[in-house]
Design a protein around this ligand. Structure first.
Ligand SMILES: [Fe+2]
Ligand SMILES: [Fe+2]
Length: 464
């Protein structure tokens, strides 16, 4: 909570400085040659955009081919720029392409990507949470998670926001691009807007880097169909750190219009359920839980608190809803908090030492037929609960601690179907095989997050 207050104050001061003409990190003066990175086009099996950024304004030229030995000039834009987005269309699905940036990196490396088949029913994607490296040490940690992601050879990568620690600081972008290097040039990546991406310039720098088909050039939410997946990306910071009614109406339309028999996944940054220091976001819960329940969302992925936690929650379970009119379906949805993409973990923010605090909320009890007030205790995580088997890369220099369902740090975790959590760097692997989806949680070295004595293997099967 304190962290959020400090960040909001910083944001406000920095925005004030920008409005007075003091631009703290003008991206037009970017001082590095970074990239390339890939973004899927609106048709992920036949379109892709290759992007890079240059310290000098140059033309945009790229060679492409299916044989790495005979690439031909394919994309050219004469207008000099620092931000380069080469949009490649009419590509052949399920094909491996090779590409090389011609200008300004003469003699630069040849990279490759493989497009998914049209309407693919078997698809793998990896999810990486908060990275936001600010120095060499943090860069190394983020990079180790990125290397784990690259080893999975996914069709797609999703980053859950807080790519950078401060969207207006060029050096932070530079650290981030270096950290993402293992996967960025090979696997198309989609991103959700995080508070650190958004803060300071309302996400302007973030949008400049990513040629994503947003619903509107000034909005940062969008949806994407990849194979048999309808992926919806929300912007939790749209209206002074809240989602507006327009976005919520759009979300409802999206979920209603998903093709029958496809996977519905929602990606956002705010911690909808969490026992971390940022904790539960009550407003986001009220805005989203009824919609997810009504419209058959299969899984929700989010970051913000720098830990891993898994919840399986059916809206309305334990006799609580937000409004009397909603009749819950009783269908549980998987919620994955994945904020350990390399950013400092929650132990550095005091998760083991926070004092006991009491929280309350008033909501509706269908059984009683009236609004009721519930009180929740929030305690610290128990530092004695460690995972000795966890590899060193999971929390360099410190023990990995875990949050177990038998010793929950706060009462409402149980209410929301909490199952297990760890203060550890990790990524998620999502394997879709027709009507079955397997979500696995992996440490940066590729081993599975399984808890002390392997009691809590984090492998979840979800069915259409
Ligand atoms: Fe965040
Ligand atoms: Fe973060």
């Amino acid at each position: 909570m304190l962290r959020a207050l400090i960040a909001r104050t910083h944001n406000a001061l920095e925005r004030m400085a920008c409005s007075l003409g003091v631009d703290a990190g003008n991206p037009a003066r970017y001082r590095h040659d970074d990239g390339p990175w890939l973004s899927p086009g609106s048709c992920a099996s036949s379109e892709i955009t290759v992007s890079w950024v240059t310290r000098l304004r140059t033309t945009t030229r790229l060679a492409l081919g299916t044989d790495p030995g005979s690439l031909v000039p394919h994309y050219s834009r004469a207008m000099p720029s620092k931000y380069h987005h080469a949009r490649l269309t009419d590509l052949t699905p399920a094909t491996t392409y090779y590409y090389r940036i011609i200008s300004p990196f003469e003699g630069a490396s040849t990279h490759s990507f493989t497009l998914p088949a049209e309407g693919a029913r078997d698809l793998t994607f990896c999810i990486i949470g908060d990275m936001q490296p600010t120095d060499h040490q943090q860069f190394l940690v983020s990079r180790s998670v990125a290397e784990g992601v690259a080893r999975e050879n996914p069709h797609l990568v999703v980053q859950l926001g807080d790519s950078v620690h401060r969207g207006t600081v060029q050096e932070y972008w530079h650290w981030m691009w270096q950290a993402c290097e293992p996967f960025a040039s090979r696997f198309p990546t989609l991103r959700a807007m995080g508070n650190h991406d958004w803060g300071y310039d309302l996400g302007k720098s973030w949008r400049r880097f990513f040629p994503i088909p947003f619903v509107d050039p000034k909005k940062s939410y969008y949806s994407q169909h990849v194979g048999n997946v309808h992926a919806v990306f929300l912007d939790c910071y749209e209206n002074d750190e809240r989602m507006g009614s327009q976005q919520l109406s759009w979300l409802k339309e999206q979920l209603q219009s998903s093709p029958p028999g496809c996977w519905k996944f929602v990606f956002l940054h705010a911690s909808i359920f969490s026992s971390g220091m940022e904790n539960m976001d009550y407003t986001v819960q009220q805005q989203l839980l009824p919609l997810f329940d009504r419209h058959g969302v299969h899984a929700v992925f989010y970051g913000h608190d720098h830990i891993y936690e898994h919840y399986r929650y059916a809206y309305g379970q334990n006799d609580r809803v937000f409004s009397p009119g909603h009749r819950p379906t009783g269908r549980p949805i998987h919620y994955f908090l994945s904020g350990g993409g390399g950013a400092p973990l929650e132990d550095t923010f005091g998760i083991h030492h926070r004092p006991l605090s009491m929280h309350h909320r008033t909501w509706y009890s269908p059984q009683k037929g009236e609004f009721v007030r519930d009180e929740w205790a929030v305690r610290s995580w128990t530092s004695a609960h460690t995972v000795p088997e966890a590899p060193q890369c999971a929390n360099p220099g410190a023990h990995v601690t875990c949050h177990m369902p038998s010793a929950v740090a706060q009462d409402d975790c149980t209410h929301f179907g909490f199952e297990y959590g760890e203060n550890a760097c990790h990524y998620l692997r999502v394997m879709i095989q027709g009507e079955q989806c397997t979500v696995s949680v992996q440490y940066p070295d590729g081993s599975n997050v399984s808890g002390p004595n392997g009691q809590f293997p984090q492998v979840w099967k979800i069915f259409l």
